[in-house]
Design a protein. Structure first.
Length: 161
């Protein structure tokens, strides 16, 4: 999960975050279990990250976030707990945003999206696109290029957007 939180989450990142941005691998919410890996603080606009979520054996999931250029990564291994993850999402999750100016100026693009089933067979997902976004935001799914692009903008208060 890419995070902007210079006052909390990114404080303990290794290496230390200079921009306030950091990234970690997360495993969330089955049976009230929410855990994450160590945060990496080497995150800058324009970086390319590889994200992996793998069933490594019948009982274990592995979540990896890897910087494509530096190959630095953060990894998390979690118990399966009988769960079958048969979905994926690209989400901008925000908390305590008071102004649209707090959103990133440029787009965030998830590219080269690929998924395989438990037998290694490629899957072609049907992405569900949700409704209107605050601050003039948009989510664009391009099925031909396997990309999802999320953008936000504007200068008004979030409540007015």
């Amino acid at each position: 999960m890419l995070t902007y939180c210079p006052e909390s989450n990114c404080v303990g990142s290794s290496p230390a975050s200079k921009s306030g941005w950091c990234i970690a691998s997360w495993y969330c919410c089955p049976k009230n279990l929410t855990v994450h890996s160590t945060y990496l603080g080497d995150v800058s606009p324009g970086d390319s990250w590889l994200g992996l979520f793998n069933l490594t054996d019948d009982t274990t999931f592995e979540t990896v976030s890897r910087n494509v250029a530096t190959e630095k990564e953060t990894k998390l291994t979690c118990p399966r707990q009988g769960r079958n993850f048969n979905w994926a999402d690209a989400t901008l999750e925000v908390y305590n945003v008071k102004s649209c100016a707090e959103f990133a100026v440029g787009p965030m693009t998830f590219s080269e999206l690929s998924m395989w089933d438990e037998h290694g067979k490629p899957m072609e997902p049907e992405w569900l696109e949700t409704g209107p976004k605050v601050c003039g935001g948009s989510t664009v799914v391009n099925r031909e290029s396997n990309t999802i692009t999320i953008t936000h903008g504007g200068g008004q208060h979030v409540e007015d957007a």
